[in-house]
Structures are given as C-alpha cells and as structure tokens.
Design a binder for this molecule. Structure first.
Ligand code: NAD
Ligand code: ZN
Length: 371
C-alpha cells in the first residue's frame, strides 16, 4: 500500500495528518487498533457497495467489530431528517457505543459533512476519521474541519467546526467516480493554483490526459499538492476570519449562478469555473492583472471540460444569466457582510487579495462577458 504524501494540518492546540496514497483503504487496521476496537462506518448508498466491504475487512484485521450505517446518496439528503435517522441508528447500536468509539466517514463531501457532524454531536463528540472518496472531498471538503447540514433556509447553515483525528485518501477509489464529479474537484484544484501556486496549473496542464483518465499516480500527486495548499490556508486561519476567505475565489459569482440556475442544473464545478472566469474579468477591468493570465486559466478550464462561458452549457435558464438576479443573490449570501459583497481577485499569478469595492457595474459587466 504505497503512501505518496503525508501532510500535517496544524491548528492551535492540535494537529492531524492527511495521508494520501494508492490502494491504502486496505491498510486501515491501525484506526481500529487505536480505538479500543469499536468503529462505526458512515457511508452513502453509492459508496457502500463499492468500498465498504474492503474498509470493513481491513478494520476487522485489528478489531473485533465494525458497524456500517448507510444513508441515501445525494445532496438532498444532507439534512436534519437524515441526521436524525443516522443519529438514532448510531445511538441504538448494541453493545452501545461509548466515547472511545471511532466514527469513520467513507464517501464524498456529503458523507464527510453529515457524518462529521454526527461525530461532533453524538455523546458530545466522538473521534472521527475521514476517508473521502471524491476528488472534491479529497482536495476541499475533507480538510479544514467544517461539518454540517443544509437547512430549509439555506445550504450548510447548521454545523460545527470539528476536526478529524486523521484523513486517509486513497487515490485509487476515484476510478469509479463519474466524470462530472471529477470535474467538481478539478475546478477547486484550478482555484488552488490561482490563489497560491501557479506552478500547480503547469502540472495540471501537463497531465490533463492522465488526470481525466484517473491515472492513480498522477491523481495522488494532484491530491497531495492540493491538500498541502488547503491545509496551509486552514492552518493560518481556522475560523475564516482572514485568509481562509481566499478559498472563496470564484465562488461569489459562481454560487449565485449555481443558485439562480436551480437545484441540480449546474454542477458546483461548472458554476465555480464560470465564477473564476468572471472574477478574472473583473480583475482585468480594474487593471489588476494581464489578459494573458486570464487566458491561460480559461484554456486549462476548457481542457478540463469545464465551461468558460454560458454558451458552453446547454439548458441554462435565463435567470442564471441575468446580472440583476445574480447581484440580488450575492447580496443574500451568508458571506456578504453588511451588504458589501467581498471579492477575491487575482493580483498576480498565484496571488489573490480581497476587495470590498467592486461596483455593481463591474459585476454586471463580468456576467455579461460570460455570454
Ligand atoms: N466541509 C467543507 O469544508 C466542504 C467544502 C466543500 C464542499 N463541501 C460539501 O461537500 C458536498 C459535495 O461533496 P461531493 O462533491 O463529494 O458530493 P457527494 O458526496 O454527493 O458525492 C458525489 C457523488 O459521488 C458518489 N461517490 C462518492 N465517491 C464515489 C466513488 N469513489 N465512486 C463512485 N461514486 C462515488 C456519491 O455517492 C455521490 O452520488 C456538498 O454538500 C458541499 O457543501 C464541504
Ligand atoms: Zn467549491
């Protein structure tokens, strides 16, 4: 089981390790060994038939028992009803769990968020180990300790900062991931390059074919580099009071387009790709950055089959292209403070800064430029 990267996430008072490798799900016995034997795996209905047996088998090498709790796959299930159901099931296991029992989350960001929140709140907090299985979860959701659920009032409004004991990433499991889901993670990888590491974009561009065909060594390298970036940002600012906001690059307009399009019309990666293009457009209009830099990012997004304008998408409702509607959604975003929309804009390759003075005209022009 080759381990390719070990990255430490250092936080005030504690740190934990993210291990990246290939075919490492079969070496999980040490989790169980460290946990007094009792492990509960929380997973979803798509991931369970693919990987839960392998995880359970490797856990049982060192442990007497592990239980699996499955919930239906999909963002629409990341809610209080599923939370209640999973919580009831974990609390009624026999023999009962106790505070030494370990929760293992096996799945994408939905499983990590919901299962992590169950871990944070069951018996006032159980240790948890995150085994992400999507590229988005590997490079984004699994690192940083945000757990939670969607509420009627909006996405991710219920939750807690709760750090895992460890994150174990097996690049080999991405071979079963649908292409759109891979694209969601790739958009976040491009984002990381823009905000911290321009050379990461060279790596992506040089390896497009190997990445999109899920070649495990290349994916492990991609994941390792991206986890290191996310870990350094989170370590510097766990509670999002400062530079963690840089991770929002491309998400201000991106989220608005995603919301305006309506549930399930655009993938998150498609929306973020458009949001990044729009942010580059604003940066260009303010003479922050040269047009060749923006052109490079658009080229990479296109090579990754991510959209760079509205015409790259079929079935996009008119609402999602309407600058006034998008501006209205941005004003209601939970990251908007006191009505001021904060923008993360590129100022040189691999460097971004926060701007509070982007005008409505600049926002509308950038949306109009998307087509
Ligand atoms: N906590 C954070 O900091 C953070 C950051 C970003 C996103 N998120 C959250 O993450 C969620 C999105 O995560 P996601 O994109 O992983 O979605 P997801 O968990 O819904 O997974 C996407 C789909 O792929 C399936 N799947 C997962 N692994 C698979 C595999 N290896 N092979 C085949 N199918 C597989 C899942 O069952 C699901 O159908 C959102 O709810 C978002 O809010 C959280
Ligand atoms: Zn995102």
């Amino acid at each position: 089981m080759p381990i390719t990267h070990e990255i430490s996430v250092d936080l005030p008072g504690r740190s934990y390790k993210v291990t990246v490798g290939i075919d490492i799900l079969t070496g999980l016995g040490r989790i169980a060994a460290a946990s007094d034997g009792r492990v509960v795996v929380i997973t979803d209905s798509n991931v369970r038939p693919l990987y839960a047996d392998a995880v359970q088998a490797s856990l049982s090498d060192a442990s007497g028992r592990s239980d699996v709790i499955e919930f239906p796959a999909g963002e629409e299930h990341k809610n209080l009803a599923t939370y209640e159901d999973v919580m009831d099931r974990i609390l009624s296991l026999e023999p009962p769990i106790d505070r030494r029992s370990v929760v293992v989350t096996l799945g994408g960001g939905v499983v990590g968020d919901l299962g992590g929140f169950v871990a944070a709140t069951a018996l006032r907090g159980l240790p948890f180990v995150n085994l992400p299985t999507t590229l988005l979860a590997d490079v984004d959701a699994a690192v940083g300790g945000k757990t939670g659920l969607n509420a009627q009032a909006g996405k991710n409004l219920i939750g807690a900062f709760y750090q895992p004991e460890a994150v174990i990433i097996d690049a080999a499991v991405l071979k079963t991931l649908p292409a759109d889901e891979l694209g969601n993670g790739l958009a976040e990888c491009v984002k990381h390059g823009v905000i911290r590491d321009w050379a990461l974009l060279d790596f992506i561009e040089d390896n497009i074919e190997k990445i999109t065909s899920c070649q495990p060594d290349t994916l492990a390298e991609l994941i390792g580099r991206n986890v290191a970036i996310k870990a350094s940002v989170v370590s510097a600012d766990e509670r999002e009071s400062g530079e963690r906001a840089h991770l929002n690059f491309g998400h201000t307009i991106g989220h608005a387009i995603e919301t305006a399009a309506g549930y399930g019309v655009l993938s998150h990666g498609q929306a973020v790709a458009l949001g990044m293009v729009a942010a580059f457009d604003i940066a260009e209009s303010r003479s922050l950055i040269d047009s060749s830099v923006a052109g490079r990012v658009r080229k990479i997004l296109t090579e990754l089959s991510l959209p760079v304008n509205f015409d790259d998408l079929s079935n996009l409702p008119a609402e999602a292209r309407n600058p006034n509607r998008l501006r209205e959604i941005m004003a209601h975003d939970k990251k908007t403070l006191g009505g001021v929309v904060r923008f993360v804009l590129p100022v040189s390759p691999g460097v971004v800064a926060i701007f509070d003075d982007v005008t409505d005209e600049q926002i509308k022009a950038a949306v109009a430029a998307l087509g």
